[in-house]
Design a protein around this ligand. Sequence first.
Ligand SMILES: [Zn+2]
Length: 418
Amino acid sequence: MKIRFVLFLFVAILAHTLAAQQRCASFDYMQSQLGKNPSLQGKMDAIERFTQNSIKKSQNIQSRLEDGLVIRIPVVVHILYHEPGENISDSRVMEQIAALNRDYRRMNTDTVNTPNYFKQFAADSRIEFRLAISDPQQRSTTGIIRKYTPIAQWEGNDKMKFSSSYGDDAWDADSYLNIWVCNLKGVLGYSSFIGGPANLDGVVISNSVFGQTGTFSAYDKGRTAVHEVGHWLNLKHLWGDTDCGDDQVADTPPQSTFTMGCPSGMKVSCNNSPTGNMYMNYMDFTYDDCMNMFTKGQMDRMRAQFDEGGPRSLLLFSQGLNTPLVYQTEVPDSPPKWLHPQLYPNPATNELNLDLVYDIRWLGKTVTIFNSAGQVEMQFVINSKYQKIDISRLPGGLYLMSAKKEDGATIREKFIKI
Ligand SMILES: [Zn+2]
């Protein structure tokens, strides 16, 4: 019995760990924002009415013709890195932009995997993405911002969207799609919701799944961003975030909940036969390899946001893709000299120096020194960014210095006392 209980606990913890690496936190995020500011609901309801009216209006021929226009969205990518390896390359950014264009234009080669009974609904949304060439002051830009941050790991609480909290401020949301790429804790991505505050507008993508050569193999086709940008363009999850809920799109069948992994065959729920769930839609939670379509209804909903008076309409007047007025040389970001604590001299006799100037938030944190048997030899609180440590009373040998702070950053430095 005891073994079974332990096994149960193990499975429960494993399930929790898997759930902790969530595909998308946009709905939870929206709920928490609404909790903080209930008046946003009215704004969202008004946008929903606008969207529905706009879709109805687009039934007439004039709008149908206008529908042929390709919408190009200027993008700015804010790369926040703590470790040098997180400062992802320009080519990976290009891969991500290419993935967005591939899927929003239905140029993806895996359209062959769309089941025949859903092919008639699949759509080329005629929405494209381009890295901005002009910044908000109309100076030249690559559309990629790189910034060292002392934050090792980010919660889904928008702190990455502000320089004041070691992130990077959004560019004008009426002119740019802001994408933040960072080490996001427990979730692959989340999007702001339409109607939310402009300085929070945009999508946040974990650096492990950004581009098409990330480190998370089930999610390495750039489709986390495809999904999150879908939310940014006012798409909901297929299940409407409740059992057999409504995503406000007519041609996506109702389904009971999200789909994980990579299913095959028909999965029926919510009386949605003869087709079953549309789990290969980008707004489900399946693996990147197993999603391949938006529908016409989703396309109408996304494009409605750009109609005159719509919440994304000002993007059509963005200067972000216009020739810049001022050409400037890109100033490389200046990461601090040390991205890690420096411990010296090593080996040491009586005194060690711990240089924490790269991140002064270590002040006040407790450091523990273990001997090679794993026993605690010393503990002290950091009170200077150039901390001096008296080790004169330690016996000769190998030691480990260890500390951790709330953002997940750690100190783990070995030293030898002689
Ligand atoms: Zn989502």
